[in-house]
Design a protein around this ligand. Sequence first.
Ligand code: CMP
Length: 225
Amino acid sequence: MEDDIALSAPLFAGLDGDAAATLVATMKPIELTRGDVLFHEGEPGDRLYVVREGKIKLGRRSSDGRENLLAVLGPGEMFGELSLFDPGPRTATATVVADAVVLELGHSELVQWLQERPAVAQQLLQALARRLRRTNEALADLVFSDVPGRVAKALLDLSTRFGEQVDEGIRVAHDLTQEELAQLVGASRETVNKALADFAARGWVRREGRAVVLLDVDRLERRAR
Ligand code: CMP
């Protein structure tokens, strides 16, 4: 149980091992495969999820059918809490990008848990604050940064979740298609491809299907600024 990565989620932060184990025991594990949709934008929602394994993308669709990704989440991350704290429709669609196991917690269990343990509420507020900071930054990048800068930033961000140290640098198995990567960056597939091809030609990255190896993190960081 102690090595369950789901326990690093804000929902469990600040709890001792026993309390965390009690909460995990009340949560229902759900096994999912790539392409499964956990919930759709606009649906009513009364449960939140913690990722134990795999990857989940959170996407929104515009009225003309274009899609934008808000985030790609991995083990230890939480989603689906907004419609719990502020009852209303789901603000995004949650789709499985890489086979996943998520833990599900219902509204009434959460409310009871928060009443008994205010420290957990504080951790959740911190997680929401962190997300707002990230979202503000992403918004500023959309206005102020060019596409290659945003691509560099997205790769670095993905590397903090899914990166693995290898001899040449950091291998990031993001499992995203080119289209999904473009939706995450908020640009067309062609422009994102061009930026990646340019990074590859400069020797900053190497592309490997649904993964990328970051060969020169310093240069990518400078490009992301
Ligand atoms: P909910 O609105 O219930 O369902 C969609 C979920 O996506 C939402 O809860 C959040 O957990 C998550 N979400 C919404 N906006 C963002 C964002 N900007 N960054 C990361 N996650 C988000």
